[in-house]
Design a protein around this ligand. Structure first.
Ligand code: PEP
Length: 248
C-alpha cells in the first residue's frame, strides 16, 4: 500500500512571519492518514523543521546542488539541507528546468546527491502546452523519466510528480482521463525499469492547480498517490482542506 502524500511547494514565498502557518497546519492534522510535506524557501527550512520536529509535518527543500560542497556561490548542497532538517527535496521542477536550463542529466545528478545526503527526491516531469497539443505528452514524460531518475531508485527514496507545465499556476487542470493516462504510463515505465516491487512502491503525485475543489476527484484516479501543491499550500486553511481530501 502506498501512503498518500500531500506536498506543498512554497516556491519563493514566505518570510519568518509565515512560520505560524505550519503550526496551524500541524494542529489541524495531528494524525493524518496521508503524509504531509512542506517545502518552504531554504531560509525557512531550519526553523520549520524545528517547529515540526514533534508533529506530523515533514520539511523538504525545493532544489539542491549536485555537489556536496565547493566553489558554487549562492548554491546549497543536499547535505546542508539535510543538516538544516530537510527530509525531502523537489528536483527538476519545470520552473528550474526552464529558468536555469536544467537538463535530465542535471536532475539525475542532483537526485544522486540528494540520496547520498539521505534526502528523498521528488522528481518532477511534465509536458508543455505545445507538446500536449502535438500529442507528444507520453514521449516527453518517458524521456524525462529515463533521463532524470538514477538507477538506485526505491519506493523510499523516490517520489515522482507529474506536473503538466501548462497547468501550473494557471487554474487549468487536465481531464481526469488525461491524468489517469499519464499516471498509468509512469507506473508502467517504473515497473518496466525497476521491476514490479520498486515500480509499484514509488508514489506518483499530480501537480498543477490542485485545490480544495478538485483534490478529492483527482486523488480517486488510479496511480495518483497525492499532490504537489503550489499556490494552495501557502495558507494553512487552504492546504488543510486538500490534506483532508487526500486523507480520504
Ligand atoms: C507547482 O509549482 O509545483 C504547482 C503545482 O503549482 P500550483 O499548484 O500553484 O499550480
Amino acid at each position: 500500500m502506498r501512503r498518500k502524500l500531500a506536498a506543498g511547494n512554497w516556491k519563493m514565498n514566505g518570510l519568518r512571519s509565515a512560520l505560524g502557518e505550519v503550526g496551524i497546519l500541524a494542529a489541524d492534522h495531528l494524525d493524518p492518514a496521508c503524509e504531509v510535506v512542506l517545502c518552504p524557501p531554504a531560509t525557512l527550512v531550519r526553523s520549520m523543521a524545528k517547529t515540526c520536529r514533534e508533529n506530523c509535518v515533514t520539511i523538504g527543500a525545493q532544489d539542491c546542488h549536485e555537489n556536496s560542497s565547493g566553489a558554487h556561490t549562492g548554491d546549497i548542497s543536499a547535505e546542508m539541507l539535510a543538516d538544516a532538517g530537510a527530509e525531502y527535496v523537489i528536483l527538476g521542477h519545470s520552473e528550474r528546468r526552464e529558468a536555469y536550463d536544467e537538463t535530465d542529466e542535471t536532475v539525475r545528478n542532483k537526485a544522486k546527491a540528494a540520496w547520498s545526503a539521505g534526502l528523498r527526491a521528488i522528481i518532477c516531469v511534465g509536458e508543455s502546452a505545445s507538446e500536449r497539443k502535438a500529442a507528444n505528452t507520453l514521449d516527453i514524460i518517458g524521456g524525462q523519466l529515463a533521463g532524470s531518475i538514477p538507477d538506485a531508485a526505491t519506493g523510499e527514496n523516490l517520489v515522482i510528480a507529474y506536473e503538466p507545465i501548462w497547468a501550473i499556476g494557471t487554474g487549468l487542470v487536465p481531464s481526469i482521463g488525461d491524468i489517469g493516462e499519464v499516471h498509468d504510463f509512469i507506473r508502467m515505465r517504473l515497473e518496466r525499469r525497476f521491476g514490479p516491487g520498486v515500480g509499484r512502491s514509488v508514489r506518483i503525485l499530480y501537480g498543477g492547480s490542485m485545490n480544495a475543489g478538485n483534490a478529492a476527484d483527482i486523488v480517486q484516479v488510479p496511480n495518483v498517490d497525492g499532490g504537489l501543491i503550489g499556490g494552495a499550500s501557502l495558507k494553512a486553511a487552504d492546504f488543510s482542506k486538500i490534506i483532508t481530501a487526500l486523507n480520504g
